[in-house]
Write a protein that binds this ligand. Sequence first.
Ligand SMILES: [Zn+2]
Length: 296
Amino acid sequence: MSGTVDPLLAEFVWFGTATLRRRAHVAVGQRACPTRAAPYTSAVATVHQLCRDSDCLGIVHDVYARVLGRLEQLGESLAMVAERPGYVRRMVGSQVADYEREARVRRGLPAKPTRNDGIAGRVNDALEECVEGEWLRILFRVMRGYACRDGRTSSAWPLDAWTGEKSAHDGGLRGVGTAAARAELLRDIQTVLRVAGRVAGKPWVNDAILHPLQTCMLPLDAEHDKAAAPQAQHADVVAITDLRRRFRRLTLAGVPVEAALRQSALEVLGAEPRCAVGDVLDDLVDPGGLQAQPMP
Ligand SMILES: [Zn+2]
């Protein structure tokens, strides 16, 4: 890529690719992405060499280019990024999903693991005839989705989570985590695998479920929780940056601070601010402005 980078879009892409990038670091034996501030978003944001050496920075460039391509396809300019940040964040999310899907296919895994037509449709028809057939069809779908989900840290079926799903489905009372509930779920899983094997053949079950279950995994390390925890808040971090930018623009234009906060919150979060202006003012007036800068 060349030319200047839109700092806000770069920030959306940076946080939107957090999971992919962490996986790229883990794949080459590093525990997490060492770059803290999103590259291309300010004069001080520098990229760690490990991000250049792994796929981390490449993923950012790839997804950024995909989003640009999508904007162009839609006949939109980069102004769209600041005008409709929520929409652009979702666009980043779908480009990340495309990137992941293509990566999955390159590794020989199903592109759409939970589709219900074709062979899976025939398995569904057979499951329908079993006791609790409706539930077994749901279980068949979530099993395929789970097996092909990247970034799992275990190859065990999530019996307790699915106990909850089953109870939500049939209204039955089950003790999540109890031996009886786990045994019941295991039996259900065995039934699905048996029926799928009978209808679709063992090789299909291996390719679509059992092999991905064993392979789509990240090695679990001590840093896992530490590295994974902040990711949940990345969307919030981006939103706050956007909020700060809008707030500053409004106050510079002479809008009183309370009104500026309210309007920025409505634009970015779609809701009234739930705190007093004084609580967030220090944060908002912090001069962390974004400037465009050339790609290194
Ligand atoms: Zn990195």
